[in-house]
Design a protein around this ligand. Structure first.
Ligand code: HEC
Length: 174
């Protein structure tokens, strides 16, 4: 290395170290300033506290005898919201219910379920009459082929809708 190169190298290293020192210094200064302002602001901000409260909110609350349990009562607005959410997810027709619930098993014939549209599998079942099919779909049914759960697991579905889903499957098999 020539003398000139050594000189350049030394100056260059010095400049780089100075820049690194300045960067670290600015970073430290920013943290010190922020710890007095930003952190406090964030911690006292209403939205932030609300989110933290929501995150650390207990999953389950128990009513305790002799204490004020009024906070546990379900507020009408919340109940209505939960109700409308369930209502929105409720299928509107038998075909929709079939798509959402029944087809899980009856679509491909899972677990012994007679496959929708499979005429041979449905002939003897349809011959029992609609009343029997409705009853088995509504109340559930353990046959020789497998277990048909009540309402196909959608126990929240109204009876009429389940009957429409049965009609839909019977139609597919005719
Ligand atoms: C978890 C799987 C599963 C789901 C979901 C399911 N089924 Fe079934 N279903 C079965 C099985 C298995 C059988 C056959 C039982 C047997 O004959 O052994 C059956 C049979 C039936 C039968 C014929 C009953 C009879 O008397 O032969 C009807 C009707 C029926 N299901 C309707 C429905 C409807 C309507 C839905 C949706 C609301 C539905 N199933 C959802 C598994 C299911």
């Amino acid at each position: 290395m020539s003398k000139q190169d050594t000189h350049f190298f030394n100056v260059f290293s010095l400049v780089i170290s100075l820049l690194v020192a300045v960067t670290v210094g600015l970073f430290a200064l920013a943290r010190i300033v922020a710890s007095h302002t930003q952190n406090l602001q964030v911690l006292t901000e209403a939205d932030y506290s609300k989110n933290v409260d929501a995150r650390i909110h207990p999953l389950v609350q128990e009513a305790i005898a002799g204490r004020d349990n009024s906070a546990l009562a379900i507020k009408p607005a919340e109940a209505a919201a939960a109700g409308s959410a369930a209502a929105a997810a409720m299928p509107k027709s038998g075909t929709e219910l079939f798509d959402q619930a029944c087809s899980a098993c009856h679509g491909q014939g899972i677990g012994g379920a007679p496959r929708a549209g499979d005429k041979a599998a449905w002939r003897a079942r349809i011959a029992q009459g609609k009343a029997m099919l409705y009853e088995h779909a509504l109340k559930g049914f353990q046959g020789s082929a497998g277990l048909m759960p009540p309402k196909g697991g959608r126990t929240d579905a109204p009876d009429d809708l389940v009957k429409q889903a049965v009609d839909h499957m019977v139609q597919m098999a005719q």
